[in-house]
Write a protein that binds this ligand. Structure first.
Ligand code: UDP
Length: 474
């Protein structure tokens, strides 16, 4: 059969936070830029995530055989390390899958955890790209840290001084990225390796847009700032967010239909965010005391493991009444809705009755909130989420939850106050108007001739040129 257009292979690491933006990137390449796309999904066994990420039959999706890391990790192994190991183990499976394709892809695009898979670029003559499903500031950190010597890093890690990244907002110690704090941990080694491997790619795509992070994006392209560390050209291609699926009709949306405009705060800690029992109780009380309507995506509490639920996307969780304050569900019956399954987040955030988002600051959730013009209460839990929260504060689109220094708990009083600041107070109106500016700049960036649209066009031109050269050679 005659192959009529170039094919690009995308690889997603386990977890909805990676799969969703990879699928959206794939859809964009197919619909706006006339490429064929195959997405390879690395799984840890649970593939229910795929059914949650609508792909409208536009894409060829290939599930790689599940990787088994059980003998390589223990309960102390971080999620970051687990993902790095899973992607490493997936290499032979990806190699076999690409080798079996009728025509080899012209380019391979892997997400952040898959940088080791780019070795296949040489074998199959593919261009090599990395897709950062987070923001440009995180990319700056990841590529800058490997260039630092021990003494420079000590100032941040030991002396708790801000980390000054050339041309970027400094990373305060309190907001820092966990893996860089323990240099003996495998997590640090993996993080540095990824940073070095990024610089070997032909290009780096980031799920952000020029007007959201102009200074950082400029620094990444500036020889006197970060260009020497990252080397590869950076393409700001975002925001790539899952669009509303009009066929989704669930209880939450029916309930929202009956609520006044902008009256509901949506509370969710992403696909894996997990609170302790005490924190869950405080949150319940805080919501109740705020007297504001809410939808709360509730996961069972687990102690000392903020990402405990990360790979459990397809399941309905236990009966929540056992870990909520006595009588909470009855008392808040007319005020709120508790969801213990996977929530239709995109559809909820786009609903006119929703007026704010209490979020763990996963980057997808942030993009979805901004794209819907919703002010945010930032409550970061793990990974780069504290940096994301700091970025949001800098942009003026969020208020930030303050935990008690003694036990790390955000009290019911603080929760009540944050919800009211966003939903009732004048501050909330001001933040909402700021978020709306970014909502429109996001729309502009993704529209034809917008900055992100043009970035993807430039990228696809490179793919098409390469494809034509290869056809001539053949
Ligand atoms: N999500 C959802 N329903 C849920 C929980 C999460 O649709 O009940 C989606 C959410 O819309 C987002 C993604 O899962 O697109 C989570 O990604 P994010 O980067 O926000 O956080 P992570 O889960 O990676 O920490």
């Amino acid at each position: 059969m005659q192959i009529t257009k170039p094919c690009v292979a995308l690889v997603a690491s386990p977890g909805m936070g990676h799969l969703i933006p990879i699928i959206e990137l794939g859809k964009r390449l197919v619909t706006c830029h006339e490429l064929d796309v195959t997405i390879f999904v690395v799984t840890s066994g649970d593939v229910s995530s795929l059914s949650q990420a609508s792909c409208q039959n536009l894409l060829n999706i290939v599930l790689l055989p599940p990787v088994d890391i059980s003998g390589l990790v223990d309960s102390a192994t971080s999620i970051y390390t687990q993902l790095a190991i899973m992607m490493r183990l997936a290499l032979p499976n990806l190699q076999a899958a690409i080798s079996a394709m009728e025509s080899h892809p012209v380019a391979l695009i892997v997400d952040l955890f898959g940088t080791e898979l780019l070795v296949l670029g040489g074998e199959f003559k593919m261009l090599k790209y990395i897709f950062i499903t987070s923001n440009a500031w995180y990319l700056a950190l990841n590529t800058y840290v490997p260039t630092l010597d021990k003494n420079e890093l000590d100032k941040h890690v030991e002396n708790q001084e801000p980390l000054w990244i050339p041309g970027c907002q400094p990373v305060l110690f309190d907001d820092t990225f966990g893996p860089i704090l323990d240099r003996k941990n495998q997590m640090f080694v993996e993080f540095v390796r990824v940073g070095i491997e990024i610089s070997m790619a032909d290009g780096v795509l980031v799920n952000t847009w020029q007007d959201l992070e102009p200074t950082t994006l400029d620094a990444l392209g500036d020889e006197n700032k970060l260009k020497r560390a990252i080397k590869a050209p950076v393409y700001a291609v975002g925001p790539l967010v899952r669009p509303v699926d009009v066929n989704v009709r669930r209880d939450a949306l029916d309930w929202l239909d009956m609520q006044p405009s902008q009256s509901v705060i949506y509370v969710s800690f992403g696909s894996g965010g997990t609170l302790s029992t005490k924190q869950t109780i405080e949150l319940a009380w805080g919501l109740e005391l705020s007297q504001q309507r809410f939808i709360w995506v509730l996961r069972p509490p687990i102690e000392n493991n903020a990402s405990a639920n990360i790979f459990k996307t397809g399941i309905a969780f236990d009966d929540s009444s056992s870990y909520l304050p006595d009588g909470f569900l009855t008392r808040t019956h007319n005020l709120g809705l508790v969801i213990s399954t996977w929530a239709p987040q995109t559809e909820i955030l786009a609903h006119p009755s929703v007026g704010g988002f209490l979020s763990h600051c996963g980057w997808n959730s942030i993009l979805e909130s901004i794209s819907n013009g919703l002010p945010i209460i930032s409550w970061p839990l793990y990974a780069e989420q504290k940096m994301n929260a700091a970025l949001l504060t800098g942009l003026g689109v969020a208020v930030r939850a303050q935990a008690l220094p003694s036990n790390g708990v955000v009290t019911r009083g603080e929760i009540k106050s944050m919800v009211r600041r966003i939903m009732v107070d004048k501050e909330g109106y001001e933040i909402r108007s700021k978020v709306r500016e970014f909502k429109y700049s996001a729309l502009k960036a993704s529209s034809e001739d917008g900055s992100s649209y043009n970035s993807i066009s430039n990228l696809t031109k490179t793919f098409k040129d390469r494809w034509q050269c290869q056809n001539v050679e053949d």
